[in-house]
Design a protein around this ligand. Structure first.
Ligand SMILES: Cc1cc2nc3c(=O)[nH]c(=O)nc-3n(C[C@H](O)[C@H](O)[C@H](O)COP(=O)(O)OP(=O)(O)OC[C@H]3O[C@@H](n4cnc5c(N)ncnc54)[C@H](O)[C@@H]3O)c2cc1C
Length: 387
């Protein structure tokens, strides 16, 4: 018997999805917070967010839960790869973003703890540590000029962590962990409260900019007419717009079994930010290692790999828990992967692609921190064009 088309939309679906004023592609932290800002600005307009998956399941629900603006080592690395100006702009945006996130949702609602963040160095990185330490005063002066804090980075003893690392770390007092699920819940609840509609399970296949409006085509050939579109698809953006300068970058995360004691307190960065770890109750969450296989990790496939898992496991055994008996290696009980939107320049793209299609993409590795700032920038751009 001949198969008939796998899916057809009902008359009712077509009526329901016929038109929206704003359509936001992507229900991650950026899409949702931008949708909230749009709805608050235009309470009588329909603001519809569409996502192909449930619960922001690309990066916003799969991250490590660091409210961080990046270590001193990363800042220096970013300056080298881009320019001092671009790197400082990015730091300012993340720094302001964290303040806005806390202001908008409250510390408790997002599980923020003011532990501070540490950049740690192994003994073989002693030269790098000296080099970074020598630059701290200059970095702090440059950062003070942009956000007023005179002491962003300080040297601090890491105390009795038992880590096989140099005893002094570079400390940033204003960083700390959040609980990723609480943040996403708070954002989603606010979106629902202000009247943002969220539809999951629909993939946007094409965006067609026309005179007087935009047509969005869902995978099964349903058309939604929109006045404006915001594309907030981050690491998946090239599927819709191959020309944008955003590449996917997979991030892999692991959580240990419960430990007999918790050596850590807060969030930690190592290896220029390519390794990050934190305390999570009586477990350790650790992620990263992308620099071990840059080409293979430039993918939209959300799964873990043996290579990265072994590398991260070795780091836990040798650096974080060196005193654990060798015949009882620590086990990972959870593991997952998510997709970031990356480029050599990690500053986000927030700009009109055409007169009715706005982009808010390329959040890099610290898009949680950036997201509230990005939503405000989206509104600034919208106000210039639309009002
Ligand atoms: C493993 C990992 C760890 C991280 N850790 C941290 C951290 O500790 N701190 C920090 O600040 N940042 C971290 N990040 C980065 C941060 O999570 C992201 O930058 C941020 O969540 C990006 O939000 P977003 O809304 O732009 O994108 P996303 O959360 O990726 O949302 C994009 C959404 O678009 C949807 N979508 C894409 N294409 C389509 C389409 N064609 N049709 C319909 N829907 C579509 C996707 O399903 C997705 O839900 C981490 C990221 C990863 C992957």
């Amino acid at each position: 018997m001949q198969e008939v088309s796998s899916h057809t939309f009902s008359y009712w679906e077509k009526q329901y999805l016929a038109h929206t004023h704003w359509l936001i592609v992507g229900a991650g932290l950026v899409g949702l917070q931008s949708a909230i800002a749009l709805k608050e600005q235009f309470p009588n307009k329909r603001i519809l967010v569409i996502d192909e998956k449930a619960l922001g399941n690309a990066a916003s629900f799969r991250n490590a839960g660091f409210a961080c603006f990046g270590s001193a080592g990363e800042l220096i690395d970013e300056m080298r790869r881009t320019s001092a100006d671009e790197a400082l702009k990015l730091y300012e945006r993340r720094y302001l973003g964290i303040q806005k996130l806390i202001q908008n949702f409250g510390k408790e609602a997002i599980g923020f703890e003011a532990t501070g963040g540490y950049e740690v160095f192994t003994e073989s990185e002693a030269d790098k540590f000296s080099d970074i330490s020598a630059q701290l005063m200059g970095l702090n002066q440059q950062l003070q000029a942009i956000h007023g804090n005179a002491n962003t980075f300080q040297l601090k003893e890491i105390g009795s962590t038992g880590m096989r690392a140099l005893p002094t770390a570079v400390f940033a007092a204003e960083e700390g962990p959040i609980q990723t699920h609480l943040l996403y819940k708070a954002v989603r609840e606010k979106a629902a409260k202000v009247g943002v509609e969220i539809l999951e399970g629909y993939t946007v296949a094409a965006i067609d900019d026309k005179v007087g409006g935009v047509s969005i085509w869902l995978s099964d050939a349903l058309e939604i007419q929109c006045d404006f579109v915001l594309v907030a698809t981050n690491g998946f953006s090239k599927r819709l717009m191959p020309e944008v300068a955003v590449s996917p970058a997979r991030g892999q995360v692991f959580i240990t079994e419960p430990l007999p004691y918790q050596p850590l307190n807060g969030i930690y960065h190592a290896d220029d930010g390519y390794i990050y770890f934190r305390s999570l109750g009586d477990r350790i969450l650790i992620g990263g290692g992308r620099n071990q296989a840059f080409a293979a990790e430039e993918t939209m496939q959300m799964h873990n790999t043996e290579l990265i898992r072994n590398y991260i496991h070795q780091y836990v055994s040798e650096v974080i828990l060196p005193h654990r008996p060798k015949d009882n290696p620590v086990k990972f009980e959870y593991q997952w992967a998510g997709i970031m939107g990356m480029n050599e320049n990690r500053n986000p793209i927030i700009q009109f692609h055409s007169s009715r299609i706005l982009l808010a993409i390329r959040m890099g590795g610290m898009g949680v921190a950036l997201s509230s700032w990005v939503a405000e920038e989206v509104m600034k751009q919208v106000k210039e064009i639309v009002i």
